[in-house]
Design a protein around this ligand. Structure first.
Ligand SMILES: Cc1ncc(COP(=O)(O)O)c(C=O)c1O
Length: 392
């Protein structure tokens, strides 16, 4: 009988997201699992996409992206980070940040190379590496602040290290890497002549006055960093899948070598709308942060009143909380807890052990991840349901 799956993908397994979403649907749970807003993006951005479609911008875009989109990405990088980017040679438009990371891994590494990851790790990176034949090396983030140990990071570098991937602000923890931590990372990358790939999709979702630092803006890093971000999270259009990679021309050419045969080109009208989105006035970005601060504070309050121990996120769509104060004693791990909370309390969350390699899964065992990117009424309904926990 013919094989029905390649060895390359056979080890991936089904994602817990699918199971939790299905369970949430069946039990009419408030779904705080997946990081997708349940509200729409800014009308000006939606209108720009509609205008582009009506304006006959419906054929293939150039593989590297529409000139207007690349120019807007460069403009945004200069505006928020003082980064000088040539839109013609240093920007590539991709199908979301997800494709950009995969194309960067494929375009910049060879089989047998090693790539350093911080754990917990966003779920697409490791499968990307398996598909590219690259070996992941894990450095855990530990403690209340998800700190990184510089010595542990230094020991992860070997002569085979080709690159490192940094996601800041971080999914699932909400960690925002400090300038000092990025300085340690930058120094080790320079010392070992390694590349950095950064995933900054939550760059505008920041709390309590914390600021986002772009690794590429640290000394000696512009020439060795591929900076990746996308429209989805900032503009509440996760279904659009418009992302980009920024970097020196030689690295972007390498990423494009892979991109040209993965997607070739991405949705033209949505790229046109990216130009509108990225040039929205400062008031949009200020309101975004104020809204998210309110949502995060509200959900932290609800979780704490219910008996969770919350690890306060500094950025991203997510809150991680320890559930040991609220769960029945029979529940022994985060996957069981997520199923139980969805079924019995009617609030869906994600078990963070999925963001750890097998041997480190115990690090996520007593935790749950909740998404805050929801309407106020959705969060209020979740809070009402969570309040039953305290009364059990
Ligand atoms: C860290 C991180 N990177 C990338 C993505 C996906 O980004 P995109 O939709 O632009 O592919 C997500 C979405 O959850 C994410 O959390």
């Amino acid at each position: 009988m013919a094989r029905d799956m390649s060895q390359r993908v056979g080890s991936f397994g089904a994602t817990v997201f699918v199971e939790i979403n299905e369970l949430a649907r069946r039990h009419h749970a408030v779904n705080l699992g997946q990081g997708a807003p349940d509200f729409d993006g800014p009308p000006a951005v939606l209108d720009a996409a509609v205008r582009a479609i009506r304006g006959a911008l419906n054929q293939y875009a150039p593989g590297i992206g529409l000139a207007t989109a690349r120019e807007a990405v460069a403009h945004h990088a200069r505006r928020f980070y003082g980064q000088k980017v040539d839109p013609d040679t240093e920007v590539l438009v991709t199908a979301g940040a997800t494709e950009a990371v995969f194309a960067a891994v494929l375009g910049l590494t060879d089989p047998g190379d090693e790539v350093i990851l911080f754990e917990p790790v966003y779920d697409s990176y490791v499968p990307n590496m398996i598909m590219a034949g690259v070996t992941p090396r894990y450095v855990p983030l530990r403690g209340e602040q998800w700190s990184l140990d510089p010595d542990e990071l230094a020991r992860a570098f070997t002569p085979r290290t080709r690159a490192l991937i940094v996601n800041t602000p971080h999914n699932p923890t909400g960690k925002v890497y400090s300038r000092e931590e990025l300085g340690v990372i930058a120094e080790l990358c320079r010392e070992h002549d390694a590349l950095a790939i950064t995933d900054e999709v939550y760059e505008h979702i920041l709390y309590d006055g914390f600021v986002h630092t772009r690794l590429a803006t640290l000394e000696g890093m512009a020439e060795r960093t591929v900076t990746i971000s996308s429209l989805g999270k900032t503009f509440s259009v996760t279904g659009w899948k418009i992302g980009w990679a920024i970097g020196p021309a030689a690295l972007i050419r390498a990423v494009n070598q892979a991109h040209q045969f993965i997607t070739f080109a991405v949705a033209s009208p949505l790229q046109a709308a990216a130009a509108t989105a990225l040039k929205l006035p400062p008031s949009f970005f200020d309101e975004l942060q104020a809204n998210y601060q309110r949502k995060r504070d509200f959900l932290i309050g609800a979780l704490e009143s219910a008996g969770f121990k919350v690890m306060r996120p500094r950025g991203s769509y997510f809150i991680i909380a320890d559930w040991r104060g609220v769960a029945p004693s029979a529940i022994s791990d985060d996957v069981e807890f997520a199923r139980w909370l969805t079924r019995e309390i009617g609030v869906a969350c994600i078990p963070p052990s999925i963001f750890y390699q097998d041997s480190d899964k115990p690090m996520g065992r007593y935790l749950a991840r909740f998404a805050v990117c929801k309407k106020e009424e959705t969060l209020a309904e979740a809070a009402a349901r969570l309040s039953r926990l305290g009364k059990r």
